[in-house]
Design a protein around this ligand. Structure first.
Ligand code: HPA
Length: 274
């Protein structure tokens, strides 16, 4: 990270602290089709990305996304409605800028959500999967470049990217709500094309149960800064399958929307139990 980018990050954090006097302890990133989760937040402050100094500008016309601050299950949270993906053309530092900003705002625990393609044959569309580990080798690493010692070490350990204690708590939350959840390894890819059949098979052989175009960079940046991370995928399509079907963005969004209430219930309970 360049000196200039560190300065921008600090200035943006200062601007936000001047706009919102409280310190959030939990950060939430809402994935594709998972925007309704923000309705569970008693909003104290809300700001569009386009109004925040030096925040990455959305490439998508219309809604730019927003940061939401407030209370959820009795805890102060900071949520990101609309994330940045590498496939949109953002560089590595832009993709993880909001996560770094969360840490500077005081966030210690990061909850990530996403839509993902399933490869584990036991999975079906609509399943929820807690991410126990990830494979990020097929995408870029957001820590490439000069290391900002202020944020974290040059060579951060990645032996437990997803906090075991949080996974344990989420298991209990799922059980309390009688919601079945899977557990597995998430492979990060750049997209935007979905994988070929051969690519899904390769990723599965490599040890991944699900694949998606986000999350791993955010996790790496968060672990670099010493945050505890929990992540959950909605399985929106099956990559390894018998049928001749194609995979469309519409069905991904549709499946995510249908599963979202279950994911939201677990996140709510998990936050309350933290
Ligand atoms: N592949 C990659 N990313 C995805 C998929 C997929 O099948 N489904 C949702 N996001």
């Amino acid at each position: 990270m360049t000196e200039n980018n560190i300065r921008k990050l600090q200035q943006t954090a200062l601007w936000l602290k001047n706009s919102y006097p409280h310190q959030p302890e939990i950060g939430i990133v809402l994935g594709s089709g998972i925007g309704n989760l923000s309705r569970e937040i008693e909003i104290e402050f809300q700001v569009e990305y386009s109004r925040i100094p030096d925040f990455p500008v959305s490439t998508v016309k219309g809604h730019s996304g927003e940061l939401i601050f407030g209370m959820m299950s009795g805890k102060r949270v900071m949520a990101m409605a609309g994330r940045f993906h590498f496939y949109e053309g953002y560089d590595a530092e832009q993709v993880v800028f909001p996560v770094r900003l969360m840490r500077l705002m005081g966030v210690k625990t990061l909850l990530l959500s996403n839509a993902a393609g399933g490869m584990n044959k036991d999975f079906k569309v609509g399943d929820l999967m807690m991410i126990t580990d990830h494979i990020s080798l097929f995408t870029f690493n957001p820590l490439i470049g000069p290391n900002a010692e202020l944020l974290g070490p040059r060579f951060p350990d990645m032996s437990e990217p997803y906090n075991k204690n949080l996974i344990e708590k989420a298991r209990a939350a799922a059980l309390r709500n009688r919601i079945p959840v899977r557990e597995g390894v998430y492979a990060g890819v750049t997209g935007p094309s979905f994988e070929t059949r051969a690519e899904y098979r390769l990723l599965h052989m490599a040890g991944a149960d699900a694949v998606g175009m986000s999350t791993v960079q955010e996790t790496i940046a968060a672990v670099h800064m010493g945050m505890d991370v929990f992540a959950m995928s909605i399985i929106t399509d099956m990559g390894i399958r018998e049928e001749d079907n194609v995979i469309t963005h519409e069905e991904v969004l549709q499946a995510a929307r249908e599963a979202e209430p279950r994911l939201t219930a677990i996140f709510k309970d998990l936050i309350g139990s933290m």
